[in-house]
Design a protein around this ligand. Structure first.
Ligand code: PLP
Length: 412
């Protein structure tokens, strides 16, 4: 990974230059577009600070990045300046962070992990239907019981059956015996096409599914499957903290990956990124979008170009090496907390490359968990409480939490 750290002046120049290449609602004769700059009563464009604020200026200029700009061919020309920034962002994520070959990955800035995950399911459903004449009933979506609920949403929307795999209670690994049993059963009942989703990492535990075990099973049985990685949570930490990660496009079993910038990257909400190998986006090309130059391939349709710009800005404010340092700092703090929990003999789950610690409910009172905003796996019957070592989590708070927990454990 080598994208550079830029000073704020260079970042500003780059964004303003891109904005200047877009069409401008204020200065040009734009008559056919149902879009315009932001409401001037609230967002006045003559505020002097805007000259120093590229993201706010982009918000106010309001470029629409509708469509998918990594595809070759025609694109909406009005916003081509800032579309270039989105393409560069996709290049950094897919090639530098996720090891794709140059120009081998398509993608776009989606509204979040939910949309990016459902986009993947939608593409693979249509791929199996178009390429293999698959019937709906012959397709199944496979994922673990610790998987984010966006997958269940996707099954519901796309009218596809799911196969939900059990995980081991303590190490949260997918149970291979359950995988074998359920896939055998599904094949017997007529399922022929599998959309497999693996986690890097899960929402509640930060557990990372064992990609080698799962893909070797599907490969051994020569099952027809496509693999999507839900890296909505782990996408901006795991590739930095685990240099031997197999969750990237160098792994031929993976076809698509979703990552969220509005989690660890500290970008505003509305900044998920969907990435997929070339020659797959066309399965969701909406031909009916005939008035959109270049057509639409996304679930959301219109989307703000400012989102891509702010993610590009955050990445360049740190550079690849700055981001590596930042993520390793979170990892070290998490490891320190785990060492303190070990001393207290508190039971918890933690993946060594992630900043989530999930404590068993027997080891912490509901009152203490509530006081520090730990999140239960279920509000009705909590078995686990998770803490996430995010950038706002300071040492002082951790010390107070650990000292309060220690008082509790010493009374047991
Ligand atoms: C693993 C995982 N996938 C998907 C999502 C959904 O992301 P969003 O809320 O951005 O749609 C989340 C959100 O917590 C997540 O943790």
């Amino acid at each position: 990974m080598f994208w550079p750290k830029l000073n704020s002046h260079k970042i500003k120049l780059h964004v303003f230059e891109a904005l200047s290449k877009n069409s401008n609602y204020r200065t040009e004769d734009i008559l056919g577009i149902p879009g315009t700059f932001l409401d001037t009563e609230v967002f006045y464009d003559d505020a002097p600070f805007l000259k120093e604020a590229p993201f706010l200026s982009a918000l106010i200029a309001n470029p629409n990045h509708i469509g998918c700009h990594t595809l070759s061919g025609e694109h909406e020309e009005m916003f081509s300046g800032t579309q270039e920034i989105e393409k560069e962002l996709l290049r950094i994520c897919s090639e530098e962070i996720f090891k794709g070959e140059p120009n081998s990955i398509d993608g776009y800035v989606a509204s979040g992990g939910t949309e990016a995950n459902i986009e993947a399911l939608w593409i693979y459903r249509n791929y199996f239907i178009n390429e293999f004449n698959a019937d709906h009933n012959e397709i199944a979506i496979v994922y673990s019981e610790d998987t984010h609920y966006s997958l269940a949403k996707g099954c519901d929307l796309l009218n596809l059956d799911s196969i939900v795999l059990k995980v081991n209670e303590s190490d949260r690994a997918i149970e291979i015996s359950d995988l074998e049993l359920k896939i055998d059963e599904a094949v017997e009942k007529g399922k022929k096409y599998f959309i497999v989703t693996l986690n890097m990492a899960t929402t509640m535990f930060g557990s990372v599914d064992d990609i080698e075990k799962i893909t070797s099973y599907f490969n051994l049985l020569q099952l027809n499957y496509k693999l999507h990685i839900d890296a909505a949570y782990g996408g901006f930490i795991y590739p930095f903290t685990n240099s031997s990660s197999l969750y990237n496009f160098a792994n031929p079993n993976i076809t698509s990956i979703s990552i969220d910038c509005h989690k660890l990257l500290q970008a505003p909400y509305g900044t998920g990124i969907f990435m997929i190998r070339k020659n797959f986006m066309q399965y969701v090309c909406t031909e009916k979008a005939s008035y959109v130059k270049g057509k639409d391939y996304t679930l959301c349709g219109s989307r703000s170009g400012a989102n891509a710009i702010c993610v590009w800005m955050i990445l360049h404010a740190h550079g690849a090496s700055g981001w590596l340092v930042k993520m390793n700092h979170l990892l070290d703090t998490t490891t320190d907390v785990c060492a303190a929990l070990d001393e207290m003999k508190v039971e918890y789950f933690r993946d060594p490359f992630l900043n989530i610690i999930t404590i068993r409910s027997e080891s912490i009172s509901a009152e203490l968990a509530h006081r520090y905003y730990l999140i239960p796996d279920s509000y009705e019957d909590p078995k686990w409480y998770k803490m996430v070592i995010m950038p706002h989590v300071k040492q002082g708070v951790l010390h107070r939490f650990l000292s309060d927990l220690s008082k509790e454990t010493s009374l047991r």
